[in-house]
Write a protein that binds this ligand. Structure first.
Ligand code: UT7
Length: 329
C-alpha cells in the first residue's frame, strides 16, 4: 500500500481593510518610515477595527475564501486547527468559533498556542491526522489580531505587528505530494524575552495589571533577533540536508515574516537568493501565526505541482521549526 501524505490542496486568506502606514505610526511614537524600513522592512500593516471583532472574524473569512476557491462544502471538513495567540476569549477555543462561523459544523476544532510557529505546529499536527487516516479533510488556519495586544505608545513593538488570517486545506495524497517532513522545537526558557504577562492564570486582570501595561506584548528585540537568526537558519538547513535537497532543488523558502534581516539570514544559510523567498512583510507586517499561509496565498499562482518549498518559523515561547512540503497543484 502506498504511503499517505497530507497534500495542501488550497489556500485562502483574509486581511482587514484598514491600512496602518509608517507615517501614521510616526504620529503615535517617535519613529520614522526610514527606521522601520531599514531595521524591519515593513511599510504597512492591516488592522481589524470595530467593537467586538476578534480573531475568529478573520479566521472564518479566510476559511470561507478557501472553501469557495476550492469548491469545498464546509460540511465535508473533519477538523479545524487554529494557530493563534490572540484568541477571541480564553475559552472556548477560537478554532471552535471559526469552524462554526465558516459552516464547518461536522468538524472538531481546537487551538494551538505556539506564537509565530503556530501555523507550522498546526500543519504538522494536521498532517499526522491525515496520514493515519483519522481525518480526510483538515483545515489549518493561522489567525491573529495582534493589534489587540499591542501598546501603540511603545515604539519597540508597535511598528512590527499587524492583523490577518489565512488557511490551507489538507487532503490525503498517495503520489508523494504534501507535507513530507517536519522539525519542531520549543524552549520555555525563552519566556522572558517575548511574552504578555497578564490575562492568564498567573496574573488575572486587575486594575494594577492594566495600569502596569501587562496586557501588552513585551519583547526584548535583540535577544529574540539573535535566537531567531540562529535557530531558524539551523532548522531550515537541517531539513534540507536530511531530505537531500540542494539550493537548486528548493523553489521557495516560506519564512515567518518578523524581520527582513532574519529572512535574509535564513535564506543565505540555505544558499537561496532573495527571489526564492516569499516576502510580504512590507505590506502585512508580522501577523504572527498568519504570516506563512498569507505568503502561500500571495504566491499561490507562482507555485507548480511538484515544487519543493521549505516553511520556517521562529517565535515566542520560544518555538521554532521547519516543514518540507511538495506542492500538490
Ligand atoms: O515574530 C516573533 C519573533 N520576533 C522577532 O523575530 C523580532 C526580532 N527582533 C527584531 O526584529 C529587532 O530586534 C527589532 C526590529 C525589534 C528592533 O531592531 P534592532 O535593530 O534590534 O533595534 P534595537 O532594539 O537594538 O534598538 C536600536 C535603537 C535603540 O536606540 P538606542 O538605545 O541605540 O539609542 C532603540 O531605542 O533603535 C531604537 N528604536 C527605535 N528607533 C526608531 C527602537 N525602536 C525604534 C523605532 N524607531 N520604532
Amino acid at each position: 500500500m502506498k504511503k499517505i501524505t497530507a497534500a495542501i490542496t488550497g489556500v485562502g486568506s483574509y486581511l482587514p481593510d484598514y491600512i496602518l502606514t509608517n507615517d501614521e505610526i510616526s504620529t503615535m511614537v517617535d519613529t520614522t518610515d526610514e527606521w522601520i524600513m531599514s531595521r524591519i522592512g515593513i511599510k504597512t500593516r492591516h488592522i481589524l477595527k470595530g467593537e467586538g471583532m476578534g480573531t475568529s472574524y478573520m479566521g472564518a473569512r479566510a476559511i470561507k475564501n478557501l472553501l469557495e476557491k476550492t469548491g469545498t462544502d464546509p460540511m465535508e471538513i473533519d477538523m479545524v486547527i487554529c494557530g493563534t495567540i490572540t484568541p477571541d476569549m480564553l475559552f472556548p477555543s477560537t478554532g471552535n468559533l471559526i469552524a462554526d462561523q465558516a459552516g464547518c459544523k461536522k468538524a472538531f476544532a481546537y487551538d494551538i498556542s505556539a506564537a509565530c510557529s503556530g501555523f507550522i505546529f498546526g500543519l504538522t499536527a494536521a498532517a499526522q491526522f491525515i496520514e493515519t487516516g483519522f481525518v480526510k479533510k483538515a483545515i489549518v488556519v493561522g489567525a491573529d489580531k495582534m493589534s489587540s495586544i499591542i501598546d501603540y505608545t511603545d515604539r519597540n513593538t508597535c511598528p512590527i505587528f499587524g492583523d490577518g488570517a489565512a488557511a490551507v486545506l489538507l487532503e490525503p495524497s498517495t503520489d508523494g505530494h504534501g507535507v513530507l517532513d517536519s522539525i519542531l522545537h520549543s524552549d520555555g526558557s525563552g519566556e522572558m524575552h517575548l511574552y504578555m504577562k497578564a490575562g492568564g492564570s498567573r496574573y488575572p486582570a486587575t486594575e494594577e495589571t492594566v495600569r502596569n501595561k501587562w496586557h501588552y506584548v513585551h519583547q526584548d528585540g535583540q535577544a529574540v533577533f539573535k535566537a531567531a537568526v540562529s535557530n531558524m537558519a539551523d532548522v531550515a538547513e537541517t531539513i534540507m540536508k536530511r531530505n537531500n535537497l540542494s539550493a537548486d532543488d528548493v523553489r521557495y523558502l516560506v519564512p515567518h515574516q518578523a524581520n527582513l534581516r532574519i529572512i535574509d539570514a535564513t535564506a543565505h544559510r540555505m544558499g537561496l537568493d532573495r527571489d526564492k523567498c516569499m516576502i510580504n512583510i512590507d505590506k502585512n507586517g508580522n501577523t504572527t501565526a498568519a504570516t506563512i499561509p498569507l505568503c502561500l496565498a500571495d504566491y499561490e499562482s507562482q507555485l507548480k505541482k511538484g515544487d519543493n518549498i521549505i516553511l520556517a518559523a521562529f517565535g515566542g515561547g520560544y518555538t521554532w521549526g521547519a516543514v518540507y512540503v511538495k506542492w500538490a497543484y
